[in-house]
Design a protein around this ligand. Sequence first.
Ligand SMILES: [Zn+2]
Length: 96
Amino acid sequence: MAKKRKETNYRLVVYPDSWRKDDSYACEELKKDIERHVDGFSNIEINSDTIHYCEFCKTEWSDEEMNDGDVGACCKRDAESVEELHRLAQKKAEKK
Ligand SMILES: [Zn+2]
């Protein structure tokens, strides 16, 4: 008996307009529009990816790009905030 191949579990993946892709509310609205106007499906789910980014410069966070000397900082403002946290921690430790 030879192994056979069969495609199964067909489904559509709907990609929203670029202006909606980072907005969960906009995707909920699109989902409601599809549910209201389209027949022939049993379920629509909204999925997303998770990224980590710097709160200061908004670039995507990558631990690999950081050097040991960078004290885990992404950019100048992040480095300043890390140094400030270290200063505060030292002050706290000195008070004890
Ligand atoms: Zn940054």
